[in-house]
Design a protein around this ligand. Structure first.
Ligand SMILES: Nc1ncnc2c1ncn2[C@@H]1O[C@H](COP(=O)(O)OP(=O)(O)OP(=O)(O)O)[C@@H](O)[C@H]1O
Ligand SMILES: [Mg+2]
Length: 268
């Protein structure tokens, strides 16, 4: 069977926590979003606007109050059971009693890969995030940023068709962050992985994404979708006029203003 061309579809999604009870919070309202197979979407918006909530809905960790969530052409529940995605969340969420290597091996174990293959793949992923020397360490022996890199290695280990990443690079130093951004793009492009990537960094969103989805303060709504047309990312992308144009557009959307097209055109 060929994979469906739409990786994720949210249609008319509302999420109300504690509905009808004390502490009722409308986290998301009227969210429609369709993500194509192989597409990289960055999600940006102020703290508390529902970005993590949106990811958790796609991952079927919570259910929508109304509307539907479809992943790989199936209901989110089915997609979770079929392990259609890998996740790296805001907190690394590692298992303290497992070594770094065995943390990365876990999703491969769950999928029934043999020991030898697990070792090899996990080793490769740790190499990718620059932690090969720490394979035998335990999470508590690593810094926060290193733990986060383990979580990223774990999410990538199964080469999932869909990656859900919630501020995965937030705790990293700038150079490591840029290197991992490039690695992530390389891996995603090579495997045609679809990605939803939450970030608070406008330049990071623009550098990574095919489209940047901008959300409003609570109750979270999608207020702008900005296509980024930078082509293949290279050494010079971060200095290119198109990159700065993208940043300007995203910033304007976050502020709720629009950049006049002529101004944008003039910058190119
Ligand atoms: N389990 C929950 N129960 C009740 N309210 C919740 C729950 N999870 C999230 N919320 C509320 O939903 C809103 C959106 O939260 P969410 O974590 O999605 O925001 P966010 O955009 O990811 O913020 P940040 O950028 O700070 O991570 C917040 O007002 C939050 O208090
Ligand atoms: Mg969040």
């Amino acid at each position: 069977m060929t994979a469906p061309e739409t990786a994720v579809e949210l249609s008319g999604v509302d999420k109300i926590f504690n509905q009808g009870r004390a502490g009722e919070v409308t986290a998301l309202t009227g969210v429609d979003l369709s993500i194509a197979r192989g597409e990289f979407v960055a999600l940006i918006g102020p703290s508390g606007c529902g970005k993590s909530t949106l990811l958790r809905l796609v991952a079927d960790l919570i259910e929508p109050s109304s509307g539907t969530v479809t992943v790989a052409g199936k209901p989110a529940r089915r997609a979770r059971l079929d392990q259609e995605y890998g996740i790296a969340f805001q907190q690394a969420g590692l298992f303290e009693w497992r070594t770094v290597l065995r943390n990365v091996e876990l999703p491969l174990e769950l999928r029934g890969h043999g020991r030898k293959e697990r070792r090899a793949r996990a080793g490769e992923m740790l190499e990718l995030v620059g932690l090969a020397d720490f394979a035998r360490h335990y999470p508590a022996q690593l810094s926060g940023g290193m733990q986060q890199r383990v979580a990223i290695a774990r999410a990538l280990a199964v080469h999932p068709p869909l990656l859900l990443m919630d501020e995965p690079f937030g705790a990293l130093d700038e150079m490591t962050r840029e290197r991992l951004q490039d690695e992530l793009l390389r891996v995603c492009a090579a495997t045609r992985t679809s990605t939803i990537f939450v970030t608070h960094s406008i330049p990071e969103a623009v550098y990574l994404a095919d489209r940047v989805v901008v959300m409003s303060p609570r109750p979270g709504r999608i207020t702008g979708v900005i296509p980024i047309e930078l082509g293949e990312r290279t050494e010079s992308t971060r200095q290119s006029p198109g990159f700065f144009t993208g940043i300007t557009k995203v910033r304007a959307a976050l502020r709720g203003t629009r950049v006049p097209e002529e101004t944008v055109g003039a910058e190119r």
